[in-house]
Design a protein around this ligand. Structure first.
Ligand code: NIG
Ligand code: FE
Length: 431
């Protein structure tokens, strides 16, 4: 008999998302469903998945172990939110109201609103202020089932404030149960003081900020906003190569509004992911489909910016691209921490299947962070990051929209959310 310190018995559906990862085409439909599933973990790692009979034969729950009756609950891997702009100060309701009156996101950015507004507020904020803002957001994420989240800098746009954002993430990762994957995104915009001399800013990024980020081990990824009026394909390529040279993995904000060819750039440069892709061309789709770069779709943006144009999820899946979904949580173009809402948008508006949306927020999302060997699916040996939802079956998670169905969140084998409350605010050691 194997020991366990946590066991969940008889889930109405246990969605494991097992299988070869990444998932493309039809394998995106495979969610590794176990009917009446039981799952157990020991010291943070999954030790058993299967039916009750087998569980009774193989697993011995410790006396002090936690036992959860899974009846009426659907279990699935904790969500991996692979694209967020978590550390920012200030909100942008004023800009939102102008957008509701008909101004576009780009028109407002040209008038100095947009990202620059958040840069101003974030530069003003102390690390303590930023930390407490982020803690509240991380709690929101956890309450909505996210157990691993990527988080980008990019609202500092100078040495001091980019480092401040990344140091904040480093501190948060020590204290909050959510595992944070930090991304350096000093190339999120061209700061106002460098508007007339972009090359100087690119040099500052490459020769000053990047080495500092690397030396202090503050980021795993580098990201660039490859977009008309921001960084061109060739500028982005230059930045990407410098970042790769410094040992960072690459993500690209690609083809969000203008079809510049960010997707092709991502495939050519071996980026881990190309994100957004609302304006991707057929050529870009082909290049991504042939590559191992994940196409990360962020349907919160088309929704929040009230755009007709949406990322071509069906074409990407049919042609064989690795598709993931993320919130893009940020104050300007997608103000939500909810991965359920993102899955619902993916199904209702990008026409993704329910199973595809589940894999895109779990297994493939973990792949988009290079973390698929640890998280993103429920398999023996992986981290016990699991959510239990009040639902009779898994399609119900999309069907019953606009509510939060979470009953429990388990992080590294510990119950961190129960009945709508964050129980545990500190990090558990799982290794
Ligand atoms: O992913 N497009 C660039 N960056 C964000 C928006 C950031 C902001 O508006 O503050 C995005 O959409
Ligand atoms: Fe983004």
């Amino acid at each position: 008999m194997k020991p366990a310190d946590l066991a969940i018995i008889n889930c109405s559906h246990l969605v494991t998302c097992q299988g070869p990862i990444p998932k493309r085409k039809d394998s995106l439909l495979d969610i590794g469903l176990v009917d009446k599933g039981c799952i157990a973990s020991y010291r943070g790692k999954i030790v058993f998945i299967g039916e009750e009979k087998k569980f009774n034969k193989e697993i011995l729950l410790e006396k002090k172990g936690v036992h959860i009756d899974g009846s009426g609950l659907v279990g699935l891997p904790g969500f991996v939110d692979s694209h967020t702009h978590l550390p920012f100060a200030g909100n942008r309701e004023e800009e939102f109201i102008l957008r509701l009156k008909g101004y576009t996101y780009q028109q407002l950015a040209e008038r100095g609103l947009g990202i620059q507004t958040t840069v101003n507020a974030t530069r003003q904020a102390s690390m303590d202020e930023l930390t407490s803002l982020c803690l509240a957001r991380l709690d929101n994420m956890l309450l909505h089932g996210t157990t691993t989240a990527e988080a980008k800098s990019g609202y500092g746009l100078n040495l001091k404030d980019e480092i401040k954002q990344l140091r904040t993430l480093q501190e948060l990762n020590k204290i909050h149960p959510i595992d944070i994957v930090p991304t350096f995104m000093g190339a999120h915009e061209v700061p106002k003081e460098y508007k007339a001399r972009k090359d100087d800013y690119i040099n500052l990024l490459i020769h000053k900020i990047l080495p500092e980020v690397k030396e202090n081990n503050l980021a795993e990824f580098f990201d660039v906003y490859c977009e008309e009026g921001v960084y061109s394909v060739e500028e982005s390529r230059k930045l990407i190569r410098a970042a790769r040279e410094a040992g960072l993995k690459i993500k690209i904000h690609a083809d969000e509004f203008a079809p510049l060819g960010g997707a092709q750039l991502a495939a050519e440069e071996g980026a881990i992911s190309a994100d957004h892709l609302i304006a991707i061309t057929d050529e870009g789709i082909k290049k991504l489909a042939e590559s191992s770069t994940t196409a990360t779709l962020l349907p919160g943006v088309s929704f929040f910016l009230m755009q007709e144009k949406k990322a071509p999820a069906r074409k990407l899946i049919e042609q064989g691209a690795i598709v993931a979904l993320a919130t893009d949580f940020n104050p300007g173009s997608s103000m939500t921490e909810s991965m359920f809402f993102i899955m619902q948008l993916a199904v209702f508006s990008l026409k993704m299947g329910i199973e595809e949306a589940i894999n895109a927020t779990t297994s493939n999302a973990a792949y988009a962070l290079g973390k698929h060997k640890e998280v993103g699916s429920l398999e023996v040996g992986k981290k016990m990051d699991l959510i239990l939802c009040d639902a009779p079956n898994y399609p119900h998670l999309i069907y019953h929209f606009g509510i939060n169905p979470i009953k429990y969140v388990i992080k590294g084998g510990h119950v961190v959310v129960k009945n709508g409350k964050v129980l545990q605010k500190s990090k558990y050691q799982t290794d």
